[in-house]
Design a protein around this ligand. Structure first.
Ligand SMILES: [Fe+2]
Length: 141
């Protein structure tokens, strides 16, 4: 392969990557941000979709496990080919910690991030249901 072909190939690969990323963003972008009717008293469908944030014990390197599970009050969101949690995101204050994209059936809405929480005041988790929008919960530290 000569240099010109290598440049063309690199450009084509970059274009494909950009298009692929754009298609994935489109899947998540057009979802409605959901809010419970009464945050103090969640209904069953709201309990099923609201992420629960659990903080573990800080490790020797200063990272604290922050687990997000989708579903509260003993109600776990389903994970079937037709209906599942397809992503979970975590924010420390306004900074995104990470995003996990999840596959139906083989996984469910449960993710753990290791986070430096020293200066963090709030954690916000977002969970995307393929049918029922994006659900958010916030935990003040
Ligand atoms: Fe759902």
């Amino acid at each position: 392969m000569n240099r010109r072909d290598a440049i063309k190939l690199t450009a084509a690969a970059a274009l494909l990557t950009a298009l692929s990323a754009t298609a994935e963003e489109e899947v998540f972008k057009n979802r409605e941000e959901m809010k419970p009717e009464n945050p103090a008293k969640l209904q069953e469908s709201e309990l099923k979709h609201t992420p629960q944030i659990t903080i573990g014990k800080k490790d020797a390197k200063g990272y604290t496990p922050v687990s997000i599970t989708v579903g509260q009050g003993g109600i776990i969101h389903p994970s079937t080919p037709e209906h599942w949690i397809d992503f979970v995101e975590l924010y420390a204050d306004k900074k995104r910690v990470g995003k996990s994209e999840l596959e139906a059936e083989i996984s469910r809405g449960a993710v753990t991030f290791a986070v430096k929480l020293d200066q963090v005041k709030t954690l916000t988790a977002k969970a995307g249901c393929n049918l029922h929008g994006i659900w958010t919960s916030t935990l003040a530290l």
